[in-house]
Design a protein around this ligand. Structure first.
Ligand SMILES: [Zn+2]
Length: 476
């Protein structure tokens, strides 16, 4: 390809407040149409907005999650446009004075993507188009749901960078408790603006904007389609038109929605019904102090400090509840690798099988850590540890009791084991001799015989050590 794609992102994230941003209607998903609407959020004349303090706090938390500056002063503006999903015919947003500015996220091994700003705004309603009846219906439940819009600079140069950025932002917002980032429910939506720049040039081309992408797959396909479309235009000597395009998930293509000439003039002006907001340094610092560790920092802790392989660490961190569980478990038993291994092998598998989420685990990190510890100390076998996890998934209990009741405790009685080994050695004199002559392969057979006779509860490590020792003591 002779062109480098140049992209910038606008991410809309719904804030996890209990109520809407300017009224007391519930901020929920689903339910019947127009069941969470009041005179305020449906824009009845004479009503006044009341700002939800928590929306402000969450927006500031988003700022800290994305290494932004959280501003003392911010204010709301009115963005005027008419569309049937917006009964007030204007949206309250922050245009001149956003709450957060100047952040960044590092992607793909250290490339810095700059975040220009994060501002608060209200969501619009939703139109449901019924092609069969030939009508559109308005559902205003989403009107006034608090959003933040995270606006990046045009710093992306590949699809992979875009995907990693969105993934990181979604995860960080979840960690910060700002947004549940359920793309399939529309609580995180992505607009991509994209242009092509010839190799060697530093001048950006004309950009097209693709709106409302709500899955990683559609982000990837829309960008790939758009790169191809714009390349074809440029190579045939044409000019890319500045416009807004709609991505069609069924066709995997984008279609023009409106060109620059048709773009809205929003006539922004300061929102007269909401006074500007001033947060003191103390208030801002208190929000900062309350921030949890962010996943990218946690990744460094897991890999550099605990020595976990990066892929393992990422798997655990991808789920905050699971990662918190891991952190509590290693407080009880700080064998980082062993605790991580049993989580990755057995906890993830059981979570998958049962459909339970990590937040709803039935057992404590302590029970889990003690299971890992018993396994590592040779009190139970690795397989027994997996069985105990399976039992814990049903109900939290003392893992030692479970081990006792199920005969999982390994037999560390050296005397009994020695007797078994002596008998195996004398029954298999030829094989023992063959091993002593250098045929290492037969050791496994002898071990198998020992375990079979000594029973499952025999400690395999102890049996192995004893068997080796006994063979070496043999004459011949
Ligand atoms: Zn309302």
């Amino acid at each position: 390809m002779k062109y480098i794609p140049v992209m910038g992102l606008e991410i809309h994230a719904e804030l996890s407040t209990a109520s809407k941003v300017f009224c007391s209607c519930a901020n929920d998903f689903g339910g019947g149409e127009n069941t969470r609407v009041c005179p305020r959020c449906s824009g009845m004349p004479g009503t006044l907005p009341l700002i939800n303090q928590n929306a402000y706090t969450l927006a500031a938390r988003a700022g800290f999650a994305l290494d932004c500056r959280v501003n003392n002063y911010s204010a709301f503006d009115r963005k005027n446009y008419f569309y049937p999903d917006l009964p007030k015919a204007y949206q309250i947003t922050q245009f001149e004075h956003p709450i957060c500015t100047d952040g960044f996220v590092e992607v793909c091994g250290g490339r810095k993507i700059r975040i220009n700003r994060i501002h608060i705004e209200e969501d619009a309603g939703k139109l449901v188009h019924d092609d069969y009846e030939g009508v559109s219906m308005a559902d205003y439940n989403r009107c006034g749901v608090p959003l933040i819009e995270i606006v990046s600079e045009a710093d992306f140069r590949s699809v992979d960078e875009v995907l990693e950025y969105v993934e990181q932002i979604a995860l960080r917002l979840k960690y910060a408790g700002v947004c549940d980032a359920k793309m399939e429910q529309g609580s995180l939506r992505v607009d991509v603006n994209i242009s092509l720049m010839p190799y060697g040039s530093e001048i950006f081309g004309t950009r097209a904007e693709i709106k409302n992408l709500n899955s990683f797959k559609s982000i990837k396909r829309a960008i790939e389609y758009e790169i191809e479309r714009q390349t074809e235009i440029l190579e045939s000597g044409g000019k890319v038109v500045q416009e807004t395009r709609h991505y069609n998930d069924n066709h995997g293509d984008t279609k023009s929605l409106r060109s620059k000439e048709e773009a809205h003039d929003y006539r922004y002006f300061p929102e007269p019904d909401i006074p500007p907001i001033f947060m003191t340094d103390e208030q801002i610092n208190a929000i900062k102090a309350d921030m949890p560790e962010m996943p990218h920092k946690r990744l460094i802790r897991y890999t550099d400090k605990y020595g976990l392989p990066e892929d393992d660490a990422r798997l655990i961190i991808a789920d905050k509840a699971l990662s918190d569980f891991y952190d509590k478990a290693i407080e009880v038993y700080p064998n980082y690798k062993a605790v991580s291994n049993l989580i990755l092998v057995e906890v993830l598998r059981n979570l998958n099988d049962s459909g339970i989420s990590a937040e709803n685990l039935q057992f404590t990190p302590k029970s889990f850590a003690e299971t890992v510890k018993m396994s590592e100390n040779g009190v139970i076998s690795k397989n027994a540890a997996k069985d105990i996890v399976k039992i814990l998934f049903k109900k939290d209990r003392d893992p030692k009791k479970i081990a006792e009741e199920n005969g999982f405790l390994m037999n560390n009685d050296t005397g009994a084991l020695e007797a078994v080994i002596n008998s195996i050695i004398s029954q298999n004199a030829d094989i023992v001799q063959s091993y002593k002559n250098g045929n290492n392969k037969v050791f496994g057979f002898l071990m198998g015989q020992v375990i079979q006779q000594a029973g499952k509860s025999a400690n395999p490590q102890l049996a192995k050590d004893l068997l080796t020792k006994k063979i070496m003591e043999q004459e011949g």
